[in-house]
Design a protein. Structure first.
Length: 328
């Protein structure tokens, strides 16, 4: 998926482009016998901070063959459907994202697919042989969306009217992330959502309602699942508060830090495959998980974010195991 960072009409380009270039970090979609899963990511900055899609490929060490995404900062699932990809302006115009040059010499960047429809491969300009086929579609909604009744109900409608037909056509299993309550419960106009525990309970109830909305409309082979990332955060909150604080980006206290993305990735891997990813044992192995990340810092400050230590990674890995085992 290639767009020039110098474009002055990114929304138009993102919504109309059909000749999608693939990142060098992605394996070719023609590798049907690679043995790994094919993942499509749909969501916002909870996924693009620290480049969770590429991170999960590296974390799995072969369990993921290929990934692509349609992400937009601050978007809920209805807005993502309506507007599409926003990653040129939201951070994927870095050196790691560059994959070549356009005819006019400007940089081409791997920012993902321009729209939800183009990501899932169900667009009129593609015949069956050219359509992407995904094993899983991974969603995240705006964190406050499932926590409030009105926005929760609106998302239920868009899931059924817009996303469900593409899931059925693509035959991909939907995974919906239960995102984490914010570090400070009054930020981002979230005061009405209550304490950390109350906020998280509301999010979990909302995600469960999304699953319940989709379940009767999907065959048994495509039953949706929740990735209990927020529940894992809450476990850390209750048992290792100092480390819980380090799960958040220190600039805004609601985006994930690299440690938060590590926990999210472990929970996602366990939800997808029923097993944890290999545990990195050295600082070099941990750093290697982000060797090709398109975004690893808050673009407003440019500061590097600390990676989890070997000890912290081990603790978070075990939290993911505990939470996912209890969810089975």
């Amino acid at each position: 998926s290639a767009f020039s960072p110098h474009s002055t009409a990114n929304i138009v380009v993102e919504r109309s482009s059909s000749d999608l270039l693939r990142s060098k970090s992605m394996q070719s979609p023609e590798h049907e016998n690679g043995g790994g899963a094919r993942l499509a990511f749909l969501g916002n900055s909870i996924l693009y901070y620290n480049d969770c899609p590429r991170f999960l490929v590296n974390l799995g060490k072969g369990s993921v063959e290929y990934q692509d995404s349609c992400l937009r900062g601050g978007a809920n699932l209805s807005e993502l459907w309506d507007i599409g990809n926003g990653m040129m302006r939201h951070g994927f115009a870095t050196e790691a994202a560059k994959i070549g040059k356009s005819e006019d010499g400007s940089d081409l960047c791997d920012v993902g697919s321009p729209t939800v429809g183009s990501l899932l491969g169900c667009t009129e300009e593609k015949d069956d042989e050219k359509r992407e086929r995904w094993d899983f579609v991974i969603f995240n909604d705006h964190t406050q969306g499932p926590a409030r009744l009105a926005s929760r109900e609106a998302t239920q409608v868009t899931l059924v009217e817009n996303y469900l037909p593409l899931i059925l056509e693509n035959q991909a299993k939907p995974i919906i992330i239960e995102t984490a309550a914010y570090r400070f419960h009054e930020i981002n106009n979230s005061k009405d959502l209550g304490s950390t525990h109350e906020f998280q309970r509301r999010v979990q109830e909302g995600i469960q309602s999304y699953l319940q909305t989709l379940q009767p409309k999907l065959p048994q082979s495509l039953q949706p699942r929740m990735a209990p990332v927020g529940t894992a955060y809450l476990h850390v909150h209750d048992n290792n508060h100092a480390l819980w604080e380090k799960l958040f980006d220190p600039y805004d206290n609601f985006h994930p830090s690299p440690s938060g993305t590590f926990l999210q990735g472990c929970v996602l891997h366990c939800t997808l495959f029923g097993s944890l990813p290999p545990l990195p044992k050295t600082e070099e192995e941990i750093a290697g998980l982000w060797k090709d990340a398109r975004m690893m810092h808050n673009v407003k400050t440019g500061e590097n974010r600390a990676l989890p230590s070997v000890e912290e990674a081990g603790y978070l890995w075990n939290v993911a195991k505990k939470i996912c085992d209890s969810a089975l």
